[in-house]
Write a protein that binds this ligand. Sequence first.
Ligand code: ADP
Length: 478
Amino acid sequence: MKFDFRNIRFRTWLYFFTLMLGVLVMLWLMQIVLLSAYFKEMKINQVKDVSVIIEDSIKENRFSLKVQISAVQNNVCGLVYNSKGKLLYQVDALGLGCVLNSNAIGFTQKIENYTNLVDESSEGEFALTVTNSVIQQDMIIYGRKLDLPLGSYYIFLNSSLLPIDSTISILQQQFIYVTIIVFILFSIVSLIISSRLSKPIINLKKETIKLAHGDYDVHFESGEFTEFTELAETLNYTSGQLKKMDELRKDLIANVSHDIKTPLTMIKAYAEMIKDISGENKKKREEHLDVILDEVTHLDHLVQDMTQLSQFQSNALTLQVKNFNVVDLVNESLRLLNGLIQSERIKVQVYSPNEVIVVGDPLKIKQVLINFINNAIKFIGKDKQLIIQILCEPEVVRIEVIDHGIGIAEEDIAYIWDRYYKIDKHHHRNVAGTGLGLSIASAILKSHGYKYGVISELNQGSVFWFEMKYAKKPSHVL
Ligand code: ADP
């Protein structure tokens, strides 16, 4: 199997490793490189301080005890020459370690070289690092020329860099241990963090694969991190919605085919009857043809409703928004349903002001009203009461269609606006409706941006309501 370099575990480890490397490099820089440079600078300054004390002694023409003390304090050995190359003064706090030891081979040559170095330098001084091969140590040599009225003088001083060398070697050793400990610690921490990070993702992935294969009964577990918990909640919601949609799709196919099959069977049966039996009998033939016509009309409505719904859902229908009197619209809808109201002996009560001007597409809102009223008549209670209220609220007009019929169970309420959702799962074909009325009403109100809903209780009745915006607020509304 090929190793995946983009794998979350490896990546987390890599980021931690890089971070660790960065920290170590910084430590190294601070502790070893900068410390060494800083120490050398400090040492040179100390040596320079000794040279200033020597300068004072030369000016006073007397080498004081102060020179000896500062040489010992700063671990310095030194020589003072006059311009003729005569050794005037010598101080030694280093003993064998002093590279300015006059007994060493090539000493005279060395002093000559240092003198030249001072003469050639523009500042009249120099500082260099040399290795004392006898004691195997790094040392600094500082040289300086003094031009005084009495004559010129050369001061050469030497000091050991030993403390820094040994400090650095201790630090280096420590650094190796620190590196090993940090490496182990970082690896453990990065492994723990990466596995904590990747575990919920791997779980989510497993469940998502199931979902992709059509298993909607998946459960995404919340993890320790907020983002994963939110993601899991979103995915749980999504899978719930997918499950609902899948059920609706199955319902839709079953119901549509049922609704189309029933009229088709009827049409076929009656057409055969006309052909075989009632062809000659005018009265019977007319009766049978009427049944066929009814069924064809129903099919036509079904197809129209489905087309309208799909147009709404694909946003292909545009609204013809106007200002109109919604009271007139309610009365007109009732007039259209008057035949049904009369035949069912419905007692209609309308509570409304005379005029409420609202904004919307009157034709579409009428469709909503007709659907609500039609349903109320279909599911009317024993009292045969149909109540319509137009309530002028401070910000909106609320229209309610009320019946005292069978009502809707709480668990069904959320679904009745879905296409083809039937509370009665046996799906008896409705003579008057196509089963798409509420989904069309919902699509119309949604496209207006208006709120709508239903308040209902089983065997008590239902209140189907929606709200509309005022075009002109009536004067009596606050
Ligand atoms: P249809 O009435 O043609 O079946 P709708 O989409 O208009 O289709 O209604 C969907 C379902 O909502 C109905 O089948 C019914 O179960 C329920 N319903 C609608 N209005 C009422 C009502 N006033 N009382 C009780 N149930 C209702």
